[in-house]
Design a protein around this ligand. Structure first.
Ligand code: IMP
Ligand code: MG
Length: 193
């Protein structure tokens, strides 16, 4: 697996440092905007919606840095089937039935791995907005430096990266490499899609 790496864009310490910073910003913003804090009453709770599977590592590291009352409801979206390294254009949402019925009136933080064409986040935010949350904030680990992504409105971005296909820290190629602690590009001969 390590031998498939072309270049390390972000190593584990760089990710951890940035997450400390980002989490402090998000905590302060959420407390200010919603009144939700560590000691808020059980009805005043933030709902985190991670988009699986790409955000699995990011959300795990992020929520442990947010000392606020919360509940977590993962959902799934897919737009890069199998060995494709370009989005298929069609976004499929699943696990919607696992979202709570009471999103209306709750403050929601949507967490995704990467903002590329913006199709996934557009589709997911439409779905969540339709449920009438009190507020909806969006947070992505990575944003690719391409016009569609840079123009898409998101509240929090951990890192802007070059417009390249990356894996690791939750992101996959053909369902592999999610467990790499770094965010990397793959050697061209590995990426056949
Ligand atoms: P979008 O809908 O084009 O913005 O793509 C977003 C989704 O495609 C992400 O949530 C990822 O699952 C996947 N994706 C986009 N770019 C990459 C990449 O560079 N590596 C791995 N997955 C990616
Ligand atoms: Mg995804």
């Amino acid at each position: 697996m390590q031998g498939d790496i072309e270049r390390i864009l972000l190593d584990a310490p760089a990710i951890a440092d940035r997450l400390d910073e980002l989490a402090a910003t998000i905590t302060a913003d959420i407390e200010r905007a919603t009144g939700i804090a560590e000691d808020s009453d059980p009805h005043n709770t933030l709902t985190i919606v991670p988009v699986m599977t790409g955000s699995i590592i990011f959300v795990a590291d992020l929520v442990r840095r947010l000392p606020i009352r919360m509940r977590i409801f993962p959902m799934s979206a897919s737009s890069y089937p199998g060995t494709a390294t370009e989005s298929s254009g069609k976004v499929e949402l699943s696990d919607l039935s696992r979202l709570p019925d009471d999103l209306a009136g709750h403050h929601v933080l949507l967490v995704d791995d990467i903002l590329d064409s913006g199709r996934t986040l557009r589709r997911v935010t439409e779905e969540l907005r339709g449920r009438g949350p009190a507020s909806l904030h969006t947070c992505v680990l990575l944003r690719k430096q391409r016009p569609e992504a840079m123009d898409f409105p998101v509240d929090y971005v951990a890192f802007d990266i070059p417009d390249a296909f990356v894996v690791g820290y939750g992101l996959d190629y053909d369902d592999q490499y999610r467990n790499l602690p770094q965010i990397v590009t793959l050697r061209p001969e590995v990426v056949t899609g």
